[in-house]
Design a protein around this ligand. Structure first.
Ligand code: PLP
Length: 422
């Protein structure tokens, strides 16, 4: 599907160094044109969820207008169309991540995906004395499932610590890869610090030690090219709504040998081949792990989202976002009393920050009055904020459709809020 309004080659339009028309790309996102509190919206909460371009909205709308039926079960034309759309999304996601479609389980998002690994891979395997290594910078979705499994199995949780600039301490991580460690859970990109972890090197090292790796790709997939095959992990989880797709969509990739050895996590329709009261024969992966009616319209939208991201170009998106990040960081660093959490080289466009004497929620509320959406709080990463000694922080997270002018308005609004907060 072709995205609308890419406006390539048109005259008299602002273009960036890549020759792409970012202003026109921005008009693909209708919500960005609205006002909030009487001011033009500035949406800087992209790490929370991304906005949706017209092709995604059209795909969801088109599904309900023209194709709505259930997948797999129906022997009629609409059922076949719905099934095709759903399977097509799997194929497109697989191409996007450079993996095989049959190794990709579609699910509701990263939270479900990591729980699937926890209950289906880890629960039957882990024993007392085993260790689950989790990085300090994980989102709760990559901490709490492991705690639940540790409680049930007698395994323990160990923490891979970070350095002052927000990088993972790779020397410490290497030393922590002792024989008792069975699983390593690590984010590709931190949702608080913006740190981009060298997951390829980490997974290679873990593999040498026989440690299974679970990479949380929630914050990576929408912002840079992710080649799961090249990373060499065991499991990779993504969530569709952060990739400009609908909420309630996502995927878990695993190596074929893991899928083959994993029992089902949730039972019901779609995941079986034959059911008798004496026992059930399960379907093959990936269907074995997709019980019940999926979010078919959502996956039609997610298929359109990956096409859209591809058409804009992941390398261009990454370059655009790092340019916006550099601008925002420079401007914010000029504000007295403002401290940014995380300055790892090559970090993603996620800026968590604090201002002396201003509570994060107060600041976010004042910015909202200016039409600016940021997140404030603990960002589903309590252990990280505890470690940093921070009760709550603001977070501005940028996307390719944001602009330099928005950054300037944002900085001016912070200055104004700071004066008001005294
Ligand atoms: N992991 C990271 C790093 C995240 O940023 C998020 C969402 O904020 C999640 C996991 C959870 O994603 P979802 O709620 O879509 O399952």
């Amino acid at each position: 599907m072709n995205p609308v309004n890419l406006g390539k080659g048109e005259e008299n339009m602002h273009t960036d160094g890549n020759g792409r028309d970012w202003e026109a790309i921005r008009t693909d996102f209708p919500l960005l044109a609205r006002e909030v509190n009487g001011k033009p919206l500035i949406y800087f909460d992209n790490a929370n969820t991304a906005q949706k371009p017209i092709p995604v909205i059209a795909a969801v709308d088109g599904f309900y207008r023209r194709h709505n039926a259930n997948v797999a079960r129906a022997m009629h034309a609409l059922g076949a169309e719905a099934t095709d759309l759903y399977e097509d999304a799997r194929e497109r996601l697989a191409m996007f991540f450079n993996v095989r479609a049959e190794d990709l389980v579609l699910c509701s998002g990263t939270t479900f995906a990591i729980n699937l690994v926890a209950y289906s891979w880890a629960l039957p395997r882990l024993r007392p004395g085993d260790t689950i290594l989790v990085s300090r910078m994980e989102h709760h979705a990559n901490i709490v499932p492991w705690q639940l499994i540790a409680e049930r199995t007698g395994a323990r949780i160990a923490v891979a610590e970070i350095l002052p600039d927000g990088r993972l301490d790779l020397d410490a991580l290497r030393k922590a890869m002792t024989p008792d460690v069975k699983l390593l859970a690590v984010a590709h990109v931190s949702n608080v610090l913006g740190t981009v972890n060298p997951v390829r090197d980490i997974c290679r090292e873990a593999r040498r030690h026989g440690i299974v790796t679970v990479v949380d790709g929630s914050q990576a997939a929408p912002h840079r090219k992710v080649d799961i095959a090249a990373i060499g992990c065991d499991f990779y989880a993504v969530t569709g709504h952060k990739m400009c797709g609908p909420t309630g969509t996502g995927a878990l990739w695993a190596r074929k040998e893991h899928w083959r050895s994993m029992p089902p996590f949730i039972g019901g329709g779609e995941m079986i081949r034959e059911v008798r009261f004496e026992g059930t024969v399960f379907n093959d992966p990936p269907y074995r792990f997709e019980a019940g009616t999926p979010n078919i319209a959502g996956f039609a939208g997610l298929g359109a989202a990956v096409d859209y991201l591809d058409s804009v170009g992941l390398d261009r998106i990454a370059a655009r976002e790092s340019e916006l990040l550099a601008h925002a960081t420079e401007e914010l660093n000029r504000i007295e009393g403002l401290r940014i959490l995380g300055s790892a080289p090559g970090k993603a466009a996620v800026i968590s920050f604090l201002i002396d004497g201003a509570h994060a929620h107060d600041l976010a509320t004042l910015l909202d009055l200016e039409g600016i959406a940021i997140r404030s709080g603990r960002h589903c990463a309590h252990p990280l904020l505890q470690y940093l000694g921070v009760a709550a922080a603001c977070r501005a997270s940028l996307a390719f459709y944001n602009t330099h002018e928005e950054i300037e308005r944002f900085v001016a609004a912070i200055q104004k809020a700071r004066r008001l907060l005294g």
